[in-house]
Structure formats: structure tokens, C-alpha cells
Design a protein around this ligand. Structure first.
Ligand SMILES: [Zn+2]
Length: 361
């Protein structure tokens, strides 16, 4: 009797874990949404001051944008690569957000998604070392981790993908390609290049999710994603840095236009309520969003397009650097039951760690 009850309990626990698996995806989305709800966000910030664990509380490109970027990058690839990547396009799309899911669960993951350029005294053309080794020699690994690692992470992941291609390891190619797409996309977000990543230092809390989730969700059907074919990158290191510096130059307008518009429109018309999945949420109003979108003159679209192109370029470059392995033979590879079980088990382990990490809050 006791044993049966015990068994029943275990099954309940397992089903709850699976159920919460989808819930956590949703929770992450909701967490991003709360960025557009200053009150809720405020309570999170109050509970754990943003500056004490800056890396852990950061939002990221919305799930939707990340998935679109990985998906669209597939179509930039040359004919030798396209069939393989097309065959696995749903894997690359679905797993575009893995690094974000890992952020709370895997030690060392959080800082890989951003870099606070303004945390360094002078990051203009030459001072911040472009290679991780030189940068750690100058600042130490802890300082680098505190202020973010994204350009170095792109270089590292680029190396890993090249190795995976050399080894013809399909599972690894797909996983690392999906991750690389994620880090590249993050590097192209202006608010991923500053300490003021959610407008918290300028009383613009929520701007992160507004810029990178709400705007693409509302307007990306009108975006033009034609990027042309993927091209070989001579210096991935320089390309990664160029991306963060370009994104950083857009930061000024991201913040300034939102402030101007808030001053013009007023706080009451700035926000509205929308129902999502049965929950009424406070969001930036449709009117405010449209005006901001217009004022930015295609900036989100440009950054998304730059991400798509750069992801395609990097995937292509890794493949070339690996000696252009014949992907037609690899295209027949099917993820086995065992592979799929491993994927599920790994995601569950993130989930478990996520819950134990949260309970310490
Ligand atoms: Zn991210």
C-alpha cells in the first residue's frame, strides 16, 4: 500500500517535472514580459539588487527573435551546406534558446550573453584586449565574467563548431551551431553592451524586453530579412567585436527615443493591458510601441538582419575551416532515440538545478 502510494507520488513528481518543463519556457517568457511591467520587475530588483548579480538577472532577445534568427540563417548557406541544415532546421530553431535556459542552471553561463563596454575605462578601438587570454592577463577572469564575455564566447564557440565539423559529429554540430547562433544574436543587441541593460540606471526599466521582444513580435512580419549569401569571415575575432561595437553605437537612440516619447506621451498612455494565455499583463501600449518603432527607423530590423547574416557567415566559416566536410553523407543522420533521451535528460537537469537555484533566493 505504502509502496503504491510512493510509486504514485513519484509519477506525479515526474509528470509535474514534465509539465513544469513547458512552464519554465513560459516562465522565462513571462520573466521577459515582466520587463514591461515595471512594478513586478521592481520587486525582483529589490529582492536581489541588480548590481550584486548583474549577470543572472539579465533578459535576452525574446525567444521568438532568437528562433527566427537561427531559422533564417539556414537560408543564407551555400548549396553544399543547405540540405543538411534545412533537414535539421527545427532542431536549430527549437534549440536557439538553450543558452538562455541554461543561464540560471549552469555555472558560468550567465556572462556569456553580454558585455558591459561602459564598465571599462576606455573600450574605443584598441584598449580592451580582443583575445580572452590577453584580456584575463590585464583584468583577471573575475572582472571579465562580471562585465560579460559575449565577444570571447563567440570566438570560443566558433572554434567548437569548427572542431565538431572536423569530427563529423552531427549531434555536436547541431547543438553548437544552435548555441553559436544564440550568442551572435545577443552580441547584436544594443542593450547587451551596457551596464544599463534594462534601463534601470535611467529610470527606463523594462526597455530591454520592449526593444527585443515586444517590437519584433509586433512588427517583424514586415521586416526585410534578405541578407544575401553567407560569406567567409577572415577574422571571426574582429567580426565578433565589430558586432558589439556596432550594437553599442545604437544604444544612444534606444534609450533617448524611449525617454523622449515617454515625456511626450506620459506614463498613463505609455502602458496598456493585454491578455495572454489567460493572464492580463501590463505591457507597453500598442500606440507607444508603434511610435517607438517608427522613431527607431528600422533599428530592430537592422540588428536582427545583421544577426541572421552573421550567424550564416559564422556557420559557413566553421565549415570551410574544417576542410568543407561532405555534409550530404551526414544529412542522412537521424537523431536516435538515445540522442533524444539524452536531450530530454539534459534539459531536465537544467530544470532541476533551476528550481534548486531559485529556492535559495
Ligand atoms: Zn542570451
Amino acid at each position: 500500500m505504502f509502496y503504491q502510494m510512493y510509486n504514485c507520488f513519484i509519477w506525479l513528481l515526474i509528470s509535474a517535472t514534465i509539465f513544469f518543463g513547458s512552464f519554465v519556457n513560459g516562465a522565462s517568457i513571462r520573466l521577459e514580459k515582466t520587463d514591461s511591467q515595471p512594478l513586478k520587475r521592481q520587486s525582483v530588483v529589490n529582492k536581489q539588487p541588480a548590481l550584486s548579480h548583474p549577470a543572472e538577472r539579465r533578459p535576452s532577445w525574446g525567444f521568438y527573435a532568437h528562433q527566427q534568427i537561427n531559422r533564417l540563417a539556414v537560408f543564407t548557406l551555400p548549396v553544399d551546406m543547405m540540405p543538411f541544415f534545412k533537414k535539421h532546421i527545427s532542431f536549430l530553431t527549437d534549440n536557439a534558446v538553450n543558452p538562455d535556459k541554461r543561464r540560471y542552471a549552469v555555472v558560468g553561463e550567465a556572462p556569456r550573453h553580454f558585455i558591459d563596454l561602459d564598465a571599462y575605462p576606455d573600450t574605443s578601438a584598441t584598449t580592451l584586449p580582443r583575445y580572452y587570454k590577453d584580456a584575463t592577463d590585464r583584468y583577471g577572469a573575475d572582472t571579465l565574467a562580471l562585465h560579460g564575455l559575449v565577444p570571447w564566447q563567440i570566438q570560443l564557440t566558433k572554434y567548437q563548431l569548427t572542431e565538431a565539423f572536423k569530427q563529423r559529429d552531427v549531434k555536436r554540430i547541431l547543438r553548437v551551431a544552435a548555441d553559436l547562433g544564440h550568442y551572435i544574436a545577443d552580441a547584436n543587441v544594443p542593450l547587451h553592451t551596457t551596464r544599463n541593460y534594462n534601463g534601470q540606471l535611467t529610470n527606463q526599466q523594462g526597455i530591454h524586453g520592449f526593444w527585443e521582444s515586444r517590437l519584433p513580435e509586433m512588427f517583424s512580419t514586415d521586416y526585410d530579412f534578405l541578407t544575401g549569401q553567407a560569406e567567409y569571415i577572415e577574422s571571426p575575432q574582429k567580426a565578433a567585436w565589430r558586432a558589439v561595437f556596432n550594437a553599442n553605437t545604437a544604444l544612444d537612440s534606444v534609450l533617448r527615443f524611449e525617454q523622449q516619447l515617454t515625456d511626450e506621451v506620459g506614463e498613463t498612455r505609455k502602458f496598456g493591458f493585454e491578455e495572454r494565455n489567460g493572464i492580463t499583463a501590463k505591457v507597453y501600449s500598442a500606440d507607444f510601441s508603434r511610435q517607438y518603432h517608427e522613431r527607431l527607423r528600422g533599428q530592430v530590423e537592422r540588428q536582427m538582419r545583421a544577426s541572421v547574416k552573421m550567424v550564416g557567415d559564422f556557420w559557413y566559416t566553421c565549415w570551410v575551416d574544417a576542410g568543407q566536410p561532405d555534409l550530404r553523407t551526414l544529412a542522412n543522420y537521424q537523431l536516435t532515440d538515445q540522442d533524444q533521451k539524452e536531450e530530454v535528460a539534459e534539459k531536465k537537469s537544467w530544470l532541476k538545478r533551476l528550481f534548486s537555484a531559485r529556492s535559495e533566493d
